[in-house]
Design a binder for this molecule. Sequence first.
Ligand code: ADP
Length: 422
Amino acid sequence: MILGCIADDLTGATDLALMLSREGLRTLQSTGLPDKEIDLSQCDAVVIALKSRTIPVKEAIDLSLTACDWLTKHGAQRLFFKYCSTFDSTDQGNIGPVAEALLDRLKSDFTIACPAFPATGRSIYMGQLFVNGIPLAESPMRDHPLTPMRDSDLRRVLQRQCKSQIGHVAFADVDQGADAITAAFAREQSAGKRLVIVDAITNAHLREIGKATAALPLVTGGSGIAIGLPEAYRALGLIKTLSPPPARLDAPQGRRAILAGSCSVATRGQIANAQNAGLPHFRIDPFAVADGTCTTKKILSWIDSLPADALPLIYSSDDPDHVADVQAKLGREKAGLMIEHLLADLARNLVDKGYTRLIIAGGETSGAVVEALGVGLLEIGPEIDPGVPWTKSRSGPSLALALKSGNFGTPDFFIKAWDRLS
Ligand code: ADP
């Protein structure tokens, strides 16, 4: 392993793992710390997914340092701390305090903070973060329920979270390339800055920043900034060769199913598309789950009535009005957990029946399913759509899993994804 990564949530970890894989690092993703020794001989990068974005600062620091220690003990020569490309955090943290704690642990005095991800519309200019061309504080992130972002100036946002002095490397330096960026780092460091916000508008900027940061023990940012690191590590001699990303996944033989708990626009469109394509489908009615008339057993007996080669789609996904009605009557959290538990239980039963190829739609839903299946460790396979790879379990039952964050994927995702399996 060359690169050890700590991500502050599950789907963010997958996003980063896919980016590293696309750029040539053979990557494993682990939900939390791996619970036993794992074979790292064919692995260049490990991404540890934490759930530390919005937990109390001290807990986030403790979890991150434990992950850091595991990664360095297992050979990581460089560390990456991954957070959201919209810099999701509060004045208390957790980005700044975790980054400072990691610097202390690595005995390092300098790193960058760069959530830019041009491919998804996140760019930084003069320290200001833009989301699809709109300043962060005017974007929908302004009203995020947990981490409302009301200041677009990342220098100020990070300074409020940190003891260290925050510096800035602006577009004028970044645009001149790696040597100018390296000189700007030296300038900021000698002015006593320990963390610097770095402007970036294009992938070319990210690749130059990658070259300039390859020697740093710690890099922090969104998954965008990881685009330049694999090649920069190769140029530095940390890794001999980069591996082309896998075009297909050698998946275990077995039956297929799609489970959807996401109510996002993209997932609902994918469900409509799959229904039009003739996939057999079963809608989970939350009220029927609550009154005990819709159970895992009932869904399984519907699945058993299908031909052996059928591809069943089971979904609870619904439009916002119906979801609001369910939440008003059952409670938001209770309804969410109830459906997550049902889908997780269904997944476990399907695996027992010999299903080995599953698409799961929804971030929280995926987390619940992966936990129920006991597959903490995932090998990153081919990209289906931006941000969503096929993965192969490397712990627990042998499975091919596509864990789709709700809003990701094209309308035909549920149909086309299978072409990437062999
Ligand atoms: P996304 O990635 O789109 O945010 P998640 O799985 O993270 O999807 O979140 C969706 C949440 O909504 C889950 O907690 C899920 O159990 C819940 N949910 C799914 N269907 C319904 C429904 N019909 N009514 C209310 N809540 C639902």
